[in-house]
Write a protein that binds this ligand. Structure first.
Ligand SMILES: NC(=O)c1ccc[n+]([C@@H]2O[C@H](COP(=O)([O-])OP(=O)(O)OC[C@H]3O[C@@H](n4cnc5c(N)ncnc54)[C@H](O)[C@@H]3O)[C@@H](O)[C@H]2O)c1
Length: 429
């Protein structure tokens, strides 16, 4: 093993420096830093589906990115949310006329009927396959938050719509933002070029405290309740192994280069009051060829935790936070404008303007399906193979569809699962 090379900006080896993208170093023009220039007079219209915390954040990140692209005029032209009041609140901030702030189950369709060029999608994950597919069919470029499905058919639908996006020349960027984060990109670049030899194992974690939850109001419909309390229902979020831990699983798939062959794990419920999710999961992911990754996630207060990824290679190891111990590999100066949440949008807009559309649909769908495979194993107690959720139509999990579906919400046929009745391994789902 050689030296520890901390792959931070200050200590990047400049030998063999490679300038990777037009969206690299910013120059300063008329008092404003400019990342790159669009053709003169270029305009793009942006719309947001899902005007919650992340949706509002993503919209601002997109505008912040546009601010630093010379000649680009970004305008927010429409908003959509399950609750019209939320669409209007976001619309008001950006001077969107009330007639273009849509509410209800079909709000996304109304937004897609406008002249919007770029759609940001940040609802709960259960709606993503339907909304993403509709956006691509409508010819829109998309930024969509992770995760992108809650069940195997949903994951496969994202992959198919992603392929359609490629054929149509549309850009798709996903909210698995570590793929746009400079320190992760440098480490991945070095690992891919043999800095730690061949990856043989590792562990990925998202272990933290409890998230928020909401109880059902008297006279509130089950649909409204589930939309408001989505982080408690597997049918809405996929459970937290999918909703949150997908970030770390995405890094494992990215660094290793493919999704796992199978998953066997367990989990349980200890403290939640609403919904039907587990509080913790521990999954053994078998990537084939002797490569195993331990995935662990927990949402319980008062416990030790951490959010990190660690990989052991035949000639070194990666450390949390972007460092590695292994061979010294020169890495490019990957850009990160105003943090990774903004860089995602710089990369999206740059790819549209250069007519070299990024397409991250398959990556994020495979990471989502990896998490779904782990969840199914923990819920059932069974070993679940990748092919059981992607190609083996006789598998009980190939067509596993969580209900109520997105279509049920549109038809107004929503019955919330009973609170506090989780899966029982050896017996269920
Ligand atoms: N990349 C990240 O680091 C990150 C961070 C936070 C959240 N997220 C993801 O962003 C998404 C949203 O999370 P959030 O924290 O903003 O949740 P949120 O509850 O604050 O917002 C979700 C919004 O979507 C709306 N909505 C739900 N169903 C809808 C439908 N069918 N049509 C239109 N609008 C609908 C809700 O009313 C709500 O306003 C989730 O997928 C989450 O996992 C990603």
């Amino acid at each position: 093993m050689q030296k520890i090379s901390k792959l931070s900006t200050s200590s990047i080896s400049r030998r063999g420096f490679i300038k990777t993208s037009a969206a690299g170093a910013a120059t300063v023009l008329a008092g404003k830093s400019v990342i790159f220039a669009a053709p003169a007079g270029r305009k793009m219209r942006v719309g947001l589906i899902g005007c919650g915390g992340r949706g509002n954040g993503a919209l601002q990140n997109c505008l912040d990115a546009g601010e630093h692209i010379e000649n680009l005029d970004l305008e927010v032209v429409a908003t959509a949310d399950w609750f019209k009041s939320k669409a209007e609140a976001t619309g008001e901030k950006y001077n969107v006329p009330a007639s273009r702030c849509f509410g209800g189950a079909d709000a996304y369709k109304k937004l897609l009927d406008t002249n919007v060029d770029v759609v940001l999608i940040a609802t709960s994950p259960n709606f993503r396959p339907v909304h993403f597919e509709a956006a691509i069919k409508a010819g829109k470029n998309v930024f969509m938050e992770k995760p992108v499905a809650v069940d195997p058919p949903g994951g496969r639908r994202i992959i198919e719509a992603g392929e359609l996006a490629k054929r149509k020349g549309l850009a798709v960027v996903a909210g698995t933002q570590r793929r746009h984060q400079a320190n992760y990109r440098r480490t991945q670049y070095a690992v891919e070029r043999g800095a730690i030899g061949k990856i043989v194992g590792g562990c990925v974690w998202w272990c933290g405290g409890a998230l928020w939850y909401r109880t059902q109001n008297s006279n509130e419909s089950d649909a409204d309740y589930m939309v408001r309390n989505w982080v408690s229902f597997t049918e809405m979020s996929g459970d937290h192994i999918v909703e949150q831990h997908v970030h770390n699983l995405d890094v494992a798939n990215w660094y290793i280069g493919h999704p796992p062959d199978n998953a066997l794990g367990f989990g349980g419920r200890a403290r939640r009051k609403t919904g039907d999710q587990f509080d913790f999961f521990s999954i053994d992911l078998d990537y084939g060829d002797g490569v195993r990754i331990h995935s662990m996630c927990r949402q319980i207060n008062g416990c030790d935790g951490g959010v990190r990824e660690f990989f052991r290679g035949t000639e070194g190891q990666t450390m949390g936070g972007g460092g590695l111990r292994g061979k010294d590999i020169s890495t490019p100066d990957f850009p990160e404008h105003k943090g990774t949440y903004c860089q995602e949008h710089v990369d999206l807009l740059n790819s549209i303007l250069k007519e070299e559309p990024l397409n991250e649909a398959r990556n994020v769908a495979e990471s989502t399906l990896t998490a779904i495979m782990g969840r199914i194993s923990a819920y059932t107690g069974k070993l679940v193979r990748w092919k059981d959720i992607t190609e083996n139509k006789s598998s009980p999990w190939y067509n596993l569809t969580l209900k109520p579906t997105a279509e049920d919400f549109e038809k107004g046929e929503v019955e919330a699962p009973l609170d506090d009745i989780p899966a029982v391994p050896g017996r269920d789902r």
